[in-house]
Design a protein around this ligand. Sequence first.
Ligand SMILES: O=C(O)CCC(=O)C(=O)O
Ligand SMILES: [Fe+2]
Length: 442
Amino acid sequence: MSIPEEFTTTDIKKNSASEEQLYTAFLKSGEPYRSLARKNYHQSASAGFVHDPGAKNAQRSTPGLDLSDDALYYNTRGSAADYWAGVELPKPTKNIRECRADLCKWGYCLIEDALSASQTTRMKQRLGDQAKGERLAGIASWMGTAPVPGQALSNTQFLHSLINKGEQFIQCVEHDPAGVQAGPLIEQLLNEALGSQFLMSSFIAIISNYGNMPQGLHQDQATAPFQDAAAPYTCNTMYIMDDMGEHNGGTLVVPGSHQLLSEAGSGRPIEVPLPPAINLAAAAGTVMIFDGRLLHGTGVNKSNDSRTILVMNSIKPFMRQQELHMMSAATEVLTNASSKLLYRLGARPQGLGGIEGAWNGDYLVNQRLKLEQGEYEFVRELSPDSPDLNQNFTYRISDTGLVQAEHQPETLTEIKAQYRKSRPSWQRPEAPRFPSVKKRAP
Ligand SMILES: O=C(O)CCC(=O)C(=O)O
Ligand SMILES: [Fe+2]
């Protein structure tokens, strides 16, 4: 069989030079990171905003950290501190108007006592036990910062899928004041920044230890290459679990960078110099909300104690979640979940992320249960004379499948009778239903 010349890979390749390709200038620009990697770009980023632990500094014989050169982005004393002296950066507050103004102007805000003293203690205890348990079990996850030269693994420990690891973490996702006293304030700000139908992308603990390498500064929403000055499309909620500051690797943050980077536009170099980073300083129990466009990263922990934060990323509902919650949520978490928790996890899709067409508000828990029990029946190739039209397809017990079954115009009589009483084992949670269904005016 011969196919037209224009459809052959040779011909396509010949007519697809890099400069002729669609959107090349933007998609291959490497911005904003190309700009951020420029040396001598700014006083506190003399080697760019990424640290290569393997590179040797000309004046020193050993690779790794150089804590004496204040022109490196992760050292925030000296000239970086001078730069910010006298500037009113966000301070912890319970006032929502101040939070809103800080988030807008600086790209982050700090919520004072977002966790009460007892909520903080309970959470810290749980995290400490969990982290140690995972280390002893040989399943600890080391990531986020580069390994110290000579070591095989990073010395920064992550705890993933926190929703499986304690009730208090589920309360964070639900913004339930029983677990997070500032839950309603946090949720209000996320609703404003992302719209009330945001999804929870991932919920992780990050534990840095003495002498960790700094993380390269990044925007959390840089998974998409677009820079939009109008609004963020992700926001992060950071729970600070230890008093944090310059001494123990308080998160490096470049205040105001959310605007400076996005105003340059998608794929455009950043022409204005960026201010230096600060180490976030706040007490345990504080929550920081930050804009997905803010430049930030893990700082260097110079203390002998570990530093723990939790990060919960929230995204617009059209985006892909970082954690595949429908895979990783524990069975009992899904089956006992509220309507709201299921929504935030993506188990209640509103048009995207469904299973076999069950995507318009359907609950997907039964499909997941069938899969884990090895009983999921996919709808495969069928025809009018297929011998197995009466198979127990899992689609039959999807919300959509159930609603449509009784109105199906051509179902074979015996199949209709066979499945008339078919009901899934898991029943959707009672009210309140989330998102709330708008009642039409009579
Ligand atoms: O550890 C920190 O302070 C920040 C971590 C972070 O930004 C990240 O992992 O994306
Ligand atoms: Fe980040």
